[in-house]
Design a binder for this molecule. Structure first.
Ligand SMILES: Nc1ncnc2c1ncn2[C@@H]1O[C@H](COP(=O)(O)OP(=O)(O)OP(=O)(O)O)[C@@H](O)[C@H]1O
Ligand SMILES: [Mg+2]
Length: 399
């Protein structure tokens, strides 16, 4: 690999027609994916959806059953892991306990006989702001500092592609947020291609320029974080990336600019360009923070959708906002997030309310309503992240 400044750029990653079968289990049925050089790409999805398997295929730790892996346009499918310009930071960032921080970082360079390993290791440690601890042993560092050493150890090799498999999983929330920003600025500084695997939707959205939401070995949607959030294509994405209110009904009217959907007798308008399907049974949705909570029935206006009256069954205060859950007869539960502008909640449990939203804020999904089983609430990202953390903690305790 070339030597020189850290500003060397990364390489494109392409996965072409990848299938991965384990004995008795197909983890990935068919995966096509292109990640442009220099991007910060996040692979987001629930436990068991195939994220680690995808990274292992890229790193060469697994062979695909079918398909090819290309890095910088070069087919590396048949290459051994050490022949690929790839470094991986795993969740369990095993550092060598008997070596100093500096020697840990310089290790890979020494092994590959790269000139000036210590100078380069210092440079990488400066990048993660740990150069002042270069002479310590790993056990003299905090968990977050060890994680940064693991990162320096990967970055120092200037891999064209850096794979990060939940590298922040073990950190507490505050340190995690701090490391997210640091990782992002390191990526911008070194210009490498980062592929970051996470359960945490906020983490994916904060850090990545492109997010892919993976479900059962397939990518359901890929795009800029804001694009995915504002216009989810499927119920899975609508609920995995944030929360959504989803309603299913029949399209009863179509104009050049909008569709009208009948939800249990209530007409909901969705802009055609924001709806994936324009006929038949469709599922439409709106994000909870886009809803207005009203104590009186609003005036009819073709630029807003209105549901109600309903009754508030739950109010929960979470600092910056208050979450209201209401039930509307025939429609079901609706969640509203409202920013805390005034003191005290606007409405109380039992209050009669309406909700309205700007027609421009709705979206229509691509799923066939019958074929899309409801996303089960016990697999939201926060729960998964918590389970993952607990599993790791008990693993650490056992060790
Ligand atoms: N060696 C293997 N043999 C059989 N099945 C495997 C093997 N490795 C992984 N799997 C299965 O493949 C699926 C995808 O696993 P993978 O580790 O890629 O998931 P993941 O998305 O990384 O999940 P997590 O978020 O829990 O780490 C899982 O159902 C897993 O049980
Ligand atoms: Mg995994």
């Amino acid at each position: 690999m070339a030597s020189g400044a850290f500003a060397e750029s990364g390489a494109d990653l392409e996965l072409v027609g990848i299938q991965k079968r384990f004995p008795g289990f197909t983890a990935i049925e068919h995966l096509d994916l292109t990640i442009p050089a220099g991007s910060f790409f996040a692979l987001l999805g629930p436990s068991g959806c195939g994220k680690t398997t995808t990274l292992r295929l890229v790193a060469g730790l697994e062979d695909p059953t079918e398909g090819r892996v290309l890095i910088g346009g070069k087919d590396v499918t048949k290459l051994k892991p050490y022949q690929r310009p790839v470094n991986t930071v795993f969740q369990s960032y095993a550092l060598f306990p008997h070596m100093t921080v500096l020697e840990n970082v310089a290790f890979g360079l020494r092994r590959r006989h790269i000139a000036d390993p210590l100078g380069k290791a210092h440079e990488a440690l400066r990048l993660v702001e740990l150069d002042h601890l270069a002479t310590r042993k790993p056990q003299q560092l905090s968990g977050g500092q060890q994680q940064r050493v693991a990162l320096a150890r990967a970055v120092v090799n200037r891999p064209a592609l850096l794979l990060l498999d939940e590298p922040l999983g073990a950190l507490d929330l505050k340190l995690r947020r701090q490391m997210q920003l640091e990782l992002k600025s390191i990526q911008e500084e070194v210009g490498l291609t980062f592929v970051h695997v996470t359960h945490d939707q906020e983490e994916a959205m904060t850090m990545a320029d492109t997010v892919a939401v993976m479900n059962k070995g397939e990518i359901e949607q890929l795009g800029a974080p804001q694009e995915l959030y504002e216009l989810p294509r499927t119920a899975f994405v609508a609920n995995f990336l944030g929360q959504s209110n989803l309603f299913t009904g029949k399209v009863t009217g179509t104009t050049s600019s909008a569709i009208t959907v009948d939800i249990e007798g209530v007409k909901i308008i969705v802009p055609s360009k924001r709806a994936q399907r324009h006929t038949g049974e469709v599922t439409v949705g709106v994000r909870p923070e886009k809803l207005h909570l009203l104590l009186k029935a609003p005036k009819v206006d073709s630029s807003v959708n209105v549901l109600g009256p309903g009754r508030i069954i739950d109010v929960s205060f979470s600092g910056v906002s208050t979450q209201y859950i209401l039930t509307i007869p025939g429609i079901g539960k609706v969640t509203v997030f409202q920013q805390n502008m005034s003191s005290g909640p606007l409405a109380h449990e039992g209050s009669e309310v309406w909700v309205s939203w700007d027609v421009e804020h709705g979206f229509g999904l691509a799923d066939e309503p019958a074929a899309s089983p409801k996303f089960s609430a016990d697999t939201d990202t926060a729960t998964i992240a918590l389970q993952k953390k607990q599993a790791l903690m008990s693993e650490l305790e056992e060790a």
